[in-house]
Design a protein around this ligand. Structure first.
Ligand code: PLP
Length: 439
């Protein structure tokens, strides 16, 4: 009997043996194309020699030294490299161990910023429905994913949720994408006014929504309006790029494509590319200066904050992404994969939408593309598709975002940026097998 507490208690997953390039191999020797990079993690694929060498070199120097006593070269260099490429105004980096920690740190920093400014009455966060920001209690409270929140709701800080920017379902007949974007962005202003004009400290959103909706990008102008509203009411804009950041959408930071200037950004997944568990919270110089000239101490911290080995790995990952042109490759190969998906499934009777940016792509599965009616939740099409694709040797990441109060079916594709044209053919071919079996 295994003593592991598994992700799903009834699951009996194969044992992973090794990884190479875009492929994973289990102990029986079966090969799987990692079409989702786990959950948008493995942006460099498996067995990257440069990243592995950087980790080994750091381990030979020193594995760990507590940030209460030391800083480290890899942490300093990583922070410099991130800030050199970050949106204007972002000046400081706080290194953590993953996405939930990055979001938790972001929320606490935003709140502390206002407390230090003497605006402690700002105690509300506004986020969006159909979003996921992590599984720790603060991040979970911010997420708008009902079924994840339900068991813990009594323990969580109260958060308001407005509509996401989800044109496939939200845009009305005769409405332009731009008008739709402004309409849903304006829900933020309505909610701020309802809560009290000086009582909200942050608005939280993923620039491109990941697992919950399957790679939903905003319409043009949406985030510009969000920024205007945040500025009007002095609310901090926290962008969660844990899944969509680090080149996944074809630019290092996803928000670059929307021309929006956040106050705080959270990144993780692709930052460590699966080689080490690391995340980062990046914040503006203004926020940092307020704390630095106030209490001088961010009331936060975990033992592994700024861990040198994870930072060395992330620095090597960042070099591969930028110096070796892999972010551009994500944009280029993403276009090709999207075109191939549209060619193969654009007219499929149960594919309602094919969407996303770069190598962050989603397919929305529906019972009827005309009415956009989802399949009945008890059919659990997302789980069936995941299983059939896995059996065929393809890892994809199916999710069930809530649609009109019911769970829908989405498939997220987020393969490593090193994929080649033949891998695109393989992804499409294996998805076809899964669709033929399940739809
Ligand atoms: N934010 C987003 C957008 C995510 O997709 C995730 C994880 O899927 C998280 C936060 C939480 O990250 P982690 O699982 O590393 O804690």
């Amino acid at each position: 009997m295994s003593h592991i507490f598994p992700r799903h208690c009834k699951a009996n997953p194969p044992v992973i043996a090794r990884g190479e390039g875009v492929y994973l191999y289990d102990q029986s020797g079966k090969q799987y194309l990692d079409g989702s990079g786990g959950a948008a993690v493995s942006c460099l694929g498996h067995g990257d020699a440069q990243v592995t060498a950087a980790i080994k070199a750091q381990l030979d120097r020193v594995a760990f030294a507590h940030t209460g006593f030391f800083t480290s070269e890899p942490a300093e260099q990583l922070a410099d490299a991130l800030i050199a490429r970050a949106p204007e105004g972002i000046e400081r980096v706080y290194l953590v161990s993953g996405g939930s920690e990055a979001m938790e740190a972001a929320l606490k920093l935003a709140r502390q910023y206002f407390v230090e400014r003497g605006e402690g009455q700002r105690r509300h966060v506004i986020a969006r429905r159909q979003s996921y920001h992590g599984n720790t209690l603060g991040a979970l409270a911010t997420g708008g994913n009902e079924w994840r929140r339900a068991p813990f709701a009594p323990l969580m800080v109260e958060t308001s949720h407005i509509a996401p920017c989800y044109a496939y379902r939200g845009q009305q007949d005769g409405e332009s994408p731009e008008t739709y974007g402004l309409r849903v962005a304006d829900e933020l202003e309505t909610e701020i006014k309802r809560l009290g004009e000086d009582s909200v400290f942050a608005f939280v959103a993923e620039p491109v929504v990941g697992a919950t909706l399957g790679a939903v990008a905003p319409v043009p102008g949406y985030f510009k309006r969000i920024r205007e509203i945040c500025d009007r009411y002095g609310v901090l804009l926290i962008l969660d790029e844990v899944m969509c950041g680090m080149g996944r959408t074809g630019t290092l930071f996803a928000c670059e494509q929307d021309g929006v200037r956040p106050d705080i950004i959270a990144v993780a997944k692709g930052l460590g590319a699966g080689y080490q568990p690391i995340g980062a919270m990046l914040c503006s110089g203004a926020i940092y200066d307020t704390i630095a000239s106030g209490s001088g101490f961010f009331q936060h911290g975990h033992t592994y904050v700024g861990h040198p080995t994870t930072a060395a790995a992330a620095l090597a990952v960042l070099q591969r992404l930028t110096d070796d042109g892999l972010v551009n490759r994500a944009a280029e190969m993403g276009d090709r994969l999207k075109t191939a998906l549209i060619e193969a499934f654009g007219d499929h009777p149960h594919v309602g939408d094919i969407r996303g940016r770069g190598l962050f792509l989603g397919l929305e599965i529906v019972q009827d593309p005309d009415s956009k009616a989802p399949f009945a939740p008890e059919l659990a099409k997302n789980k069936a598709l995941k299983k059939a694709a896995f059996e065929a040797g393809l890892i994809c990441y199916p999710m069930g975002g809530t649609i009109d109060g019911r769970r829908g079916d989405h498939i997220l594709l987020a393969p490593p940026f090193i994929l080649e044209d033949q891998h695109i053919d393989e992804i499409v071919g294996k998805l076809q097998i899964a669709f033929d079996q399940c739809l």
